[in-house]
Design a protein around this ligand. Sequence first.
Ligand code: ATP
Ligand code: MG
Length: 456
Amino acid sequence: MSSIIKSVKRWFASPATETSGAGANTQIISRDQHSISRKDISENALKVLYRLSNAGYESFLVGGGVRDILLGLHPKDFDIATNATPEQVKELFRNCRIVGRRFRLAHILFGRDVIEVATFRAHCDDNIQQAKEGMILRDNVYGDIEEDAIRRDFTINALYYNIKDFSVHDYCDGLSDLRKRQLRMIGDPETRYREDPVRMLRVVRLACKLDLSIEQKTLEPIAELSYLLEQVPAARLWEEYRKLFLAGAGKLTFQKLREYGLFHALFPATDRALKHQDTAQAQQTEQLVLDALENTDTRIATEQTVNPAFLMAVMLWQPLLESTEALQQKGNNFNDAFFKSMARVLNAQSQHISIPRRYALVIRDIWSMQLRLPAHHGKKAWSIFEHPRFRAAYDFLLLRSQSDPRQKELADWWTKFQDADANDRRQMLQQTATGKKRRRRKPRNPKRQQASKNRH
Ligand code: ATP
Ligand code: MG
């Protein structure tokens, strides 16, 4: 922590040097005036930066990498900007793949580590292809670094670290906003949200993740424009969903998305359940989601894995139960209603955030296991326990029991079963079996019992 404070202090104290040649607002901060050191940059990112530079191209670290280092944090990935076209980048790297339709980018692959290289792009009204609402559909017009800076979203994301002389280029007053710890949209916020509505989600995500305030003008148009998110392809929103909720500040992000009126556009059915007229019911739903997000944040903080399917299963649990109840009222039995509802709820959600098939299967498993977990006797208990999705299903049950006391006894049984040794497990299963038999002995239908006695 102290090293973070030191690095931020050192950088806060440094006066910026204005240079001629660049635009009026441009500041170029020399190496001795800022806190970015090559030690903060990953080996792979440095390799790419140097190879581009040695081949005669301009080569800058940009975006979250620069921003996070200046904030004294460890960037999660490194983005590079250059004047080389994606094809020229590909010529330099054997491990390069060109991706993207809306933006053509070069990905340099080092095992699982991907370094993204973007060509400087101009924000040129005549050349970008826009939809009716002003949304940019294609945007592949190359430009120079200053043009590239102003088409980025927030001022603090438009800082460039030059590998040639280790200076930082600031074209949009990003350093001043970083000092204020505020997110400010470059240009007119409403226009920029219309061009790309995902920027509304990015404001909330970055503010929560980095503990930044949101400049008033940047915040203002969001409530009015949240409906624009409906036009964003559902596949892109799956990626955003992961970044929003699985990056360490999911709980706060959820609360802020609701506060700014954006949650509804992502999870309409969950949002309805959270506003259910039965307030106790609504509170229970909220508690379940908050508990899940808190667990997720803790898991990320302690470097445990998180599965996007688990959280999706939580978000859609109450809509699933409500749909099941509605189908039961139409005469379906519980099981049929439950399984039909799984498909319905997943389909409806996929209109907004498309859930890749392999994750949809996990969600279905977690849900259907909730019906099997109560039948914990004999062979059935073992087959549940050995199911590949047992752990996730058990965690889900545990979570449910936190907001729904009726599930506590069952959750406790499974906790005890997992902790028990072989002997104790056998005993537990015997107990459940005797309990079951004893329950069975109770006359369920006195008339039928009488009839059966008469037969003997
Ligand atoms: P993170 O730490 O989550 O990676 P990031 O700001 O680096 O945050 P990326 O999605 O990696 O986010 O994007 C890299 C950079 O590309 C951003 O910093 C920003 O300059 C630019 N950018 C990304 N998305 C947009 C967008 N929708 N509109 C304009 N610029 C964007
Ligand atoms: Mg990034």
